[in-house]
Design a protein around this ligand. Structure first.
Ligand code: GLV
Ligand code: GLV
Length: 321
C-alpha cells in the first residue's frame, strides 16, 4: 500500500512537492478548518499528518489514523494543541518548526511595541476618521524606549531575538523563565534574571515568549497585572491563554497598566469586546509568523521532518514528550 500523508490545511507548494517524494499526499480543500469529526475521517489510514495549531491532535485522533501513523508534523513552534504524551505512547513522533519563525515573530512583537508606545494605530485611526488635526508640540505624545526595561517572560529563541532588537533600541533587558539562561546568552544580551514577581514590578514593557502549558495558563492574571507598573505595557505574541484576557481588559480600564499589544487571544478568533474599544491597545490577528518566507520555511521544515521519519531517519525538530 502507498504511503499516505494527510495535510490538514493548505501549505506552501514547495512543501507539498517534497512530501510527494514520500507518498501520496491528501490535501484539504480551501474551505474552513476541519471539524473534529471531519479531521478524524480525513486522517484515516495516514502514515503522516501535517497539521496546524488549529487542529486538536490527541490519542483518539491518532487511533482514528490507525496503527500506521508514524509522525505528526505541526506547522508551528507552539504545540499546546498536541497531546504529545498520548502520541508518544502510540509510538508516534511529533515535530514542530522552531527556529525558522524566530525573526518574524520577534519583529511582530517589536512592531506591536512600537505601535503602542508611539501610538501608531491610534494616529492611523485618527486620520482615517478624517479628524481635523495639525502638528503641535504637545500632540499625541508617546513614550520612548531608550533606557526603559524590557521584561521578557521566556528567554527561548524568540525571547532572545526580541532582546537583541530591544538592545538596538537602547533598552535594558530583564528576563524570567523556568530556569536561568546560559551565562553566555545572559552576557551577550546583557540580560538580568529576575523572579516573575520582581520582573513584573520593575519592567516598563513585559513581553511574553513562554509556551502555553498548564504552568503558564493565565500566568498574567489580575494579580500579575496589578503587580505591573502603572506606566507599563504588555506584549503577547505567544498564546492567548497565557493572559487572562478579561482581567487584562479590567486592568486597562482601571489604569493599572498603560497599554497592551496583542497578537493572540484566549478564544481565537474572538477578542474580548472591551479591548476593541481601547485606544491604548494594539491588536493583530495572530500574525507572528505570517510572512511569505517564514510560512514557506515552516511548511518545508514540517515536510522534511515527515520525510526523515518515514525514511527511518531521526526527525530534524522533534518535540519531547
Ligand atoms: C504560531 O503561533 C506558532 O506557534 O508557530
Ligand atoms: C518635527 O517634525 C520636526 O521637524 O522636529
Amino acid at each position: 500500500e502507498r504511503t499516505r500523508i494527510v495535510v490538514t490545511r493548505p501549505i506552501a507548494h514547495e512543501a507539498i512537492r517534497l512530501l510527494r517524494q514520500a507518498g501520496e499526499v491528501a490535501e484539504p480543500g480551501r474551505e474552513a478548518v476541519l471539524e473534529p469529526a471531519e479531521l478524524r475521517a480525513a486522517v484515516a489510514g495516514a502514515d503522516a499528518i501535517v497539521s496546524t495549531l488549529q487542529d486538536r491532535i490527541d490519542g483518539p485522533l491518532a487511533d482514528a489514523a490507525g496503527p500506521g501513523l508514524a509522525v505528526v508534523a505541526t506547522v508551528a513552534v507552539g504545540y499546546d494543541n498536541v497531546d504529545v504524551p498520548a502520541l508518544a505512547e502510540r509510538g508516534v513522533t511529533v515535530t514542530n518548526t522552531p527556529g525558522v519563525l524566530t525573526d518574524a515573530t520577534a519583529d511582530l512583537a517589536f512592531g506591536l511595541l512600537l505601535a503602542l508606545t508611539r501610538r501608531i494605530g491610534e494616529g492611523e485611526r485618527l486620520l482615517r476618521a478624517r479628524t481635523p488635526w495639525r502638528f503641535d508640540l504637545g500632540f499625541m505624545l508617546g513614550s520612548g524606549l531608550r533606557d526603559r526595561t524590557l521584561g521578557i517572560v521566556g528567554l527561548g529563541q524568540i525571547g532572545q531575538a526580541v532582546a537583541r532588537r530591544a538592545r538596538a533600541f537602547g533598552m535594558e533587558i530583564a528576563y524570567t523563565g523556568r530556569r536561568r539562561a546560559d551565562p553566555a546568552v545572559e552576557a551577550e544580551l546583557g540580560a538580568r534574571y529576575l523572579p516573575l514577581a520582581d520582573l513584573l514590578r520593575s519592567a516598563d514593557v513585559v513581553s511574553l515568549h513562554c509556551p502555553l502549558t498548564e504552568a503558564t495558563r493565565h500566568l498574567i492574571d489580575a494579580a500579575a497585572l496589578r503587580a505591573m507598573r502603572p506606566g507599563a505595557f504588555l506584549i503577547n505574541t505567544t498564546r492567548g491563554p497565557v493572559v487572562d484576557e478579561r482581567a487584562l481588559a479590567q486592568a486597562l480600564a482601571d489604569g493599572e497598566i498603560a497599554g497592551a499589544g496583542l497578537d493572540v487571544f484566549e478564544n481565537e478568533p474572538d477578542v474580548e469586546p472591551r479591548l476593541l474599544g481601547m485606544d491604548n491597545v494594539v491588536l493583530t490577528p495572530h500574525l507572528g509568523s505570517a510572512t511569505v518566507e517564514t510560512r514557506t520555511a515552516m511548511a518545508v521544515l514540517a515536510a522534511r521532518n515527515v520525510l526523515a521519519v518515514l525514511g527511518g531517519d531521526p526527525p530534524l525538530s522533534p518535540v519531547r514528550a
